[in-house]
Write a protein that binds this ligand. Structure first.
Ligand SMILES: Cc1cc2nc3c(=O)[nH]c(=O)nc-3n(C[C@H](O)[C@H](O)[C@H](O)COP(=O)(O)O)c2cc1C
Length: 203
């Protein structure tokens, strides 16, 4: 069994982000041998990073009790999905802050990206790929770009009464975007989890 946490990357009022995050978390739970949990940064409400030493130097000790709990929550996961909008051609600051606060709980874990926006949120994803490498994470190649018409339907209030399965039906129809994404994420997460604790080839 592997555990995947789905991070909700926007905390603003009336956000769209929690819709795809909730939908995909529900879909992940249907996968064999996968436990999935939503990690909503709006609920965590982390302060801006302000520690005198870096998370690497603090060796996994977090003074702030909320950050300590957040680190414990992230440590539970074997892999991640990050759902992100695009704000001014980048990903939201709240997401960077969450990534920066801790270090070891992200290490050696796969991550897949889900994005949306005028250009599909592609610029956010490309930036995130660079950042997660610094955290020793393993970004997977496939990503899910939410079709613009779904975001527009939400923004125009046309999606309010639709169940999530209906709103996100286009992700499964035609070219299935979810299957290759889940398949790669689950495969890599399982491989890395199983490899943990194996002796290094260098001895
Ligand atoms: C501060 C801000 C900057 C934005 N900049 C972009 C942008 O550069 N590119 C884009 O496609 N959409 C941009 N948008 C529009 C967002 O794609 C749209 O508001 C989306 O719903 C934001 O995601 P959220 O509702 O989950 O927060 C921006 C929105 C905000 C609030």
């Amino acid at each position: 069994m592997i555990k995947i946490e789905v991070l909700v990357g926007s905390v603003r009022q009336n956000r769209f982000c929690d819709k795809p995050a909730n939908y995909l978390c529900g879909e992940l739970k249907k996968e064999e041998n996968v436990e999935a949990e939503l990690v909503d940064l709006k609920e965590w409400d982390l302060p801006f990073f302000n520690e005198p030493i870096t998370p690497v130097a603090s060796k996994g000790e977090y003074k702030n009790p909320l950050v300590k709990k957040f680190a414990e929550k992230i440590s539970e996961a074997d892999g991640f999905v990050i759902v992100t909008p695009e704000y001014n051609h980048g990903y939201p600051g709240v997401l960077k802050n969450a990534l920066d606060w801790i270090y070891y709980p992200w290490n050696q874990k796969p991550v897949g990206f889900v994005s949306y926006g005028g250009a599909g949120g592609a610029r956010s994803v490309e930036q995130l790929r660079q950042v997660v490498i610094a955290l020793h994470m393993h970004p997977i190649q496939p990503s899910i770009t939410i079709p613009l018409e779904i975001l527009r339907a939400f923004q125009q209030g046309k999606a309010a009464d639709l169940p999530l399965s209906e709103l996100f039906r286009p992700l499964r129809e035609g070219r299935d975007l979810i299957h290759p994404f889940f398949s790669e994420l689950v495969k890599l997460t399982t491989i890395l989890k199983n490899a943990q604790g194996e002796p290094s080839s260098k001895g």
